[in-house]
Design a protein around this ligand. Structure first.
Ligand code: OOG
Ligand code: MG
Length: 255
């Protein structure tokens, strides 16, 4: 039996100290059910310190992401208010182990949803959509993990930034996007890379994360998952994602 509380303390501490830890699965197998229990307890520790749950991140919803980390199942994690960066904000590199950034689409919910919903039902729960980026920072050495490890580590989530909100009435199933470092394109793709249509990621969030959280709540943000591979951040970089019709979102990296 895994020591759930002990493992939750280890990942929470690693995130706070920005110190890499060995994979749990180096020493014993860790299934998804136990791993989500570890994630829940590690985030409960943050909530006990005053952070607020503000949404959910979906992960490994595109082939590019699955290939980059060698895990091919859709996963999810919890977002707290402390993880949010303001548009254009500076990120302090020293607060992370080995941060990466990836272009995503964000949903803002206007009604609660949970369980099996159709894409049309999921869309009806969306207040707005926005270009976004997620900062992922696996707490495991060399950014290497198995499915159980990454789930326990809140699916690598460390931060996120959201650009301008727009109406979800427009078709966002195949919007071109470019992620630039200092004005140079490093990743080019489309929202269609996210499960063929990012609304499917919201459907998956309702089914997978909804029951564990008592539903996805009105006012929450859901990140649909990286549309391209992630880029490893270096001090001095300005990262900007431009999404067709939706505008752009950026951050800067300081030391
Ligand atoms: C796992 C988290 C994946 C995404 O958008 O696919 C993720 C990782 O890549 O470390 O956030
Ligand atoms: Mg992501």
């Amino acid at each position: 039996m895994t020591d759930i509380a002990g493992a939750a303390e280890i990942v929470d501490q690693a995130a706070r100290a920005a110190e890499a830890i060995p994979q749990f699965t180096d020493t014993a197998p860790l299934g998804a059910v136990e791993a989500y229990a570890i994630q829940a307890q590690s985030i409960a520790r943050r909530l006990a310190r005053g952070e607020k749950l503000v949404g959910v991140k979906m992960g490994l919803t595109s082939r590019a992401k699955m290939a980059q980390v060698g895990v091919d199942e859709v996963i999810w994690g919890r977002l707290t208010d402390a993880m949010r960066l303001e548009e254009g904000a500076c990120l302090s590199r020293g607060r992370y182990v080995h941060p990466r950034i990836e272009p995503e689409l964000a949903f803002l919910l206007k009604t609660d949803i949970e369980g099996e919903v159709t894409p049309a039902e999921a869309l009806a729960a969306v207040e707005a959509i926005a270009p976004a980026m997620e900062i992922i920072d696996s707490r495991y050495r060399n950014f290497k993990f198995t499915l159980g490890d990454v789930i326990a580590d809140n699916s690598s989530s460390s931060g996120f930034v959201v650009g301008p909100w727009a109406s979800p009435t427009q078709d966002f199933s195949n919007l071109g996007l470019i992620m630039e470092i200092d004005g140079r394109a490093v990743e080019v793709g489309s929202t269609a890379a996210i499960l063929g249509d990012p609304i499917r990621s919201l459907v998956a969030a309702a089914r997978l994360a909804g029951p564990a959280l008592g539903g996805l709540k009105a006012g929450w943000i859901v990140l649909a998952g990286g549309a391209t591979a992630a880029h490893a951040l270096s001090v001095g970089e300005t990262v900007r994602t431009v999404m067709q019709n939706l505008g752009s979102v950026s951050i800067r990296v300081l030391d």
